[in-house]
Design a protein around this ligand. Structure first.
Ligand code: CP
Ligand code: NVA
Length: 300
């Protein structure tokens, strides 16, 4: 593994390897065992979109690993004034040891990896959010103890989270059902990948998708960059909400995850959110541990 660009690039073995190391790093942190695997290494972090979790967990994670996190807002970089990503990649490769980037187009991340010669980590694009899904898988395994025989149901927009969850959950051996409005389907490349899995199904009926689910996941109806469509989306996604009725379709011991930030009373009710806050905030914490594992795999 040279980069983390999207879940489609990872094998099941690579995913499990990352999760095992993440569990170990979480244990070491909780028990005060130092783990300075990245002493002397610098991670550049380019943000073209807002972030709370990704920024703070990468920055803290690098610090805990003995390395240095360098926050690079695109407003301050020449990239924000049109310097090509190909040149930025080649320049940064001369100074630092790895790049994390949050941006719009997946192609920009792929170009950064292709033109530079240091590891690149996708911290979210419109297409995928692999760091989040590694943390989600870590959380599922923590709460359920396994992947095989479990069913993950995603309800909502066929966005970066849907794309990455479908691929990640199928690869580790879970059954996956998705409920999206017809006009907001996951990416065609992801559907092409998923069609070979007999345990994958997609519908526009949330209650049907949630039947007997062990894990329910949703995400915002309007992602970053789609703010102008928010009103139109509120209409299109009415009914695509995790609420008490949907919970009745799922298994009684189902867990609920949300990558956050959440819009209460849109994609999830306040009641369900608060009832499952324990899982949701463990998931947020696990961003730190899962990303530290990725950093060690790529940069140590
Ligand atoms: N879930 C997630 O990526 O959060 P941020 O946008 O706050 O980084
Ligand atoms: N789909 C959301 C995820 C935020 C972490 C977005 O892209 O804004």
């Amino acid at each position: 593994m040279k980069h983390l660009l999207k879940m489609l690039d990872l094998s099941k073995e690579e995913i499990i390897d990352i999760l095992n190391l993440a569990d170990q790093l979480k244990y070491e942190l909780k028990h005060g065992i130092p783990h300075p695997h990245l002493k002397g290494k610098t991670l550049g972090m380019i943000f073209q979109k807002a972030s709370t979790r990704t920024r703070v967990s990468f920055e803290t994670g690098m610090h805990q690993l003995g390395g240095y996190p360098l926050f690079l807002s695109s407003n301050d970089l020449q990239i924000g004034r049109g310097e090509p990503v190909q040149d930025t990649a080649r320049v940064l490769s001369r100074y630092i040891d790895g790049i994390m980037i949050r941006t719009f187009e997946q192609k920009e991340v792929e170009d950064l990896a292709a033109f530079g010669n240091i590891p690149v980590i996708n911290g979210l694009t419109d297409f995928s959010h692999p760091c989040q899904v590694l943390a989600d898988l870590m959380t599922i395994r923590e709460f359920k103890g396994r992947f095989e025989g479990l069913k993950m149901c995603y309800i909502g927009d066929g966005n970066n989270m849907a794309n990455s969850l479908i691929v990640g959950c199928l690869k580790v051996g879970m059954a996956v059902t998705v409920a999206c409005p017809d006009d907001y389907q996951p990416d065609s490349e992801v559907l092409e990948f998923a069609k070979d899995y007999p345990d994958f199904s997609i519908t526009n009926k949330p209650a049907e998708a949630a039947t007997n689910a062990d894990v329910l996941i949703t995400d915002v109806w309007a992602s970053m960059g789609q703010e102008k469509e928010a009103e139109k989306r509120r209409i299109a996604f009415a009914g695509y909400q995790i609420n008490d009725d949907i919970m009745k379709s799922a298994k009684p011991d189902a867990i609920v995850l949300h990558c956050l930030p959440a819009h209460r009373e849109e994609e999830i009710t306040t009641a369900v959110f608060e009832e499952h806050a324990n899982e949701i905030f463990e998931e947020a914490e696990n961003r730190l541990h899962a990303q530290k594992a990725v950093l060690v795999k790529l940069m140590a």
